[in-house]
Structure formats: structure tokens, C-alpha cells
Design a protein around this ligand. Sequence first.
Ligand code: AQP
Length: 332
Amino acid sequence: MARVFSGIKPTGNLTLGNYLGAMRRWVEVDQHQADAVFCVVDLHALTVEHDPARVRRLSRQAATLLLAAGLDPELCTVFVQSHVDEHARLSYVLECVATDGEMRRMVQYKEKAARERERGGSVRLSLLTYPVLMAADILAYGTDEVPVGDDQRQHVELTRDLAVRFNQRYGHTFVVPRATHPVVAARVMNLQEPGSKMGKSDDSGPGIVYLLDEPDVVRKKVMRAVTDSGQGVVYDRAERPGVANLLEILAACTGGNPEDLAAVYDSYGALKKDTADAVVDILKPVQARHRELCADPAYVEGVLRVGAEKARGMARPIVDTAYRAIGLLPPV
Ligand code: AQP
């Protein structure tokens, strides 16, 4: 059975992009067909200006939402990254095979560093080395497949490069993983700025549908989505990105195909109304289960405790092998 690893960063409230681009596939496919490991990657949330209490709250909320979305601890492993020391241990060793040039070429680093500077802040060193920690997250578990949205493609490529380089220099240690992407909704765009990804740490509230938004808030956001000035409902990502985004969201929620759906509508209003309804419907059971789980925090904590133990058991032998291979003396 293939080992699958993926994670979610507690940098903001989880969005429809996180759900359609990643979580839904973890729930519907990966946990059933693979030996799947899912992680709230809280260490990654410290790479930009952060508030400790907020990170703690969002980490708990992300873990609860993963379970609410349908991850089943009987079928897969769910845990919090900082509860398993192997991630940080392996990250340092991988920093010793990565180069600073590689890090500076990462698109997400360039974008986020620019954003930090615009806000007048300084850029944390951990933002630069973030992709190495992500590589450690993946390689520590002997991962075969990493199901992620399109935005993470470059980081998984880097992970592959580091694994191959390490194996060539120090002997075969790591499985070389590959990224897998959803067919529809690999990249859900911001409803107000359809040229940008719907990201949870963006400031543009009205353009982002959060998983815990009330139905009337979801409807308002979708009905106010920016569309294009062209005539008719046409699926064209390059020329008509706003409408294409709505068609992709509707297709992802209803199991349809954006091109076919475009032919069904002759007005933006009808498309928006059906898209809003489809999003409300898909979020309803997740929100209901989230409310139940919030009333039972001991259950969530128990899942995370057992998950961390299982994760340690998987990661420790691989990280120990990497330590020996690179030349570190075993503890006496
Ligand atoms: N808009 C999106 N469309 C499709 N997939 C998406 N993902 C995130 N946004 C979209 C996928 O969700 C998974 C978890 O993402 P993450 O939390 O680790 O970090 P991210 O990709 O950096 O997501 P955000 O929401 O944009 O966070 P911030 O704003 O903090 O950077 C990943 O598989 C991701 O591809």
C-alpha cells in the first residue's frame, strides 16, 4: 500500500480552497486507498509574524476540522507536527544537502517575503528554509505520494531533488515521493481577485470562503464574486478567470465538469446562485460535525496523542538511518 503524507498549516481559518483542493480528497480517496498520514504543520505557522495564542487556537481548530471533514483515525494517522521531534531533526540534516540558491528560487518564498517587507516587517530565516522542513515532513515517513493543491508543486519537486541528492551522496535512505493533484479545483481562486489563489492568510476577507462561514455569509461572498465583462457564461481560465473560478467551484462541489456546466447557464446570477447553494450544501455536514467535536475536546486530544505516537514510530527509524548515513555518531 502506498504511503501518502500531506499537511495543513494553521496560519488562518481553513478555506474552501483547502477543502476542495486537498482535504476532500484525503477523506474520500487517500485514507481508504493508502497508508495515509495527515499533519497539522504548526511549525510552518511560525515562519511569518504570528501570535502564539492564535497559532494554538488555529492548530486545535485545524485538527478538529480535519476530523469533522471525515478523516477517520481508524483509517489514517492524524497528528500535530510539533508533537513529533523527527521533523525538526531531519530538517537540519536536509539543510546540509540543500543550497541557499534553491531556497531563494521558491516562488512562495519570494511572494511571502515581499508581503512581509511591504508590511514593514523583517523576513524570518525560517521562511527561507520552510521548504526544507516541508521536505523533512514528507521524507521522514517514506512517503510515496503527496496529494496537494497546485501551489505546492514546486516544494514537492524540491523534496524530490533533496531525496535523490541525499541518496546519491550518502546511500539509499529516502523514498523519492511524487505530488498528486485533484483534477478539478487544484487551485481555487480568490472570489474578489480571481488572479490570486484563495489563501487563508490573505487579508481579502470577502474573496475567501471559510469552512466555518455561516450559510448567509457564504451566499453573500459568492453572489458578490467578481465576474468578467465578457458576454455569456464561458469557461476560459485565461480570459474569464472570475467565471472560470465559479464554474470550477460548482463542478468540484457537484461532481460535474466546468465546460459542460458553462453550457447550462445563460446568466452570471443563476451561476452564482447555484454555486452558493452547492458550497453551502458541501459545508453543512462538516460544520455540523465540527460543532459536535468542539463539545468533546478530550476525543480530539486523544486522537492527536495516539496519532503522534504512531507517527513517531514511523518516522524515527528513517530519521535515525539518515543521521547514521550522513556521518553522525549513534548515541552511546
Ligand atoms: N486555493 C487553493 N486551491 C487549491 N488547493 C489549495 N490549498 C491551499 N489553498 C488552496 C491546498 O491546501 C493544502 C493545505 O495548504 P496549507 O495550509 O499547507 O498551505 P498553503 O498551500 O500555503 O495554503 P494557504 O491557504 O494559501 O495558506 P497561507 O495563506 O498561509 O499560505 C495544500 O495541499 C494546498 O495545496
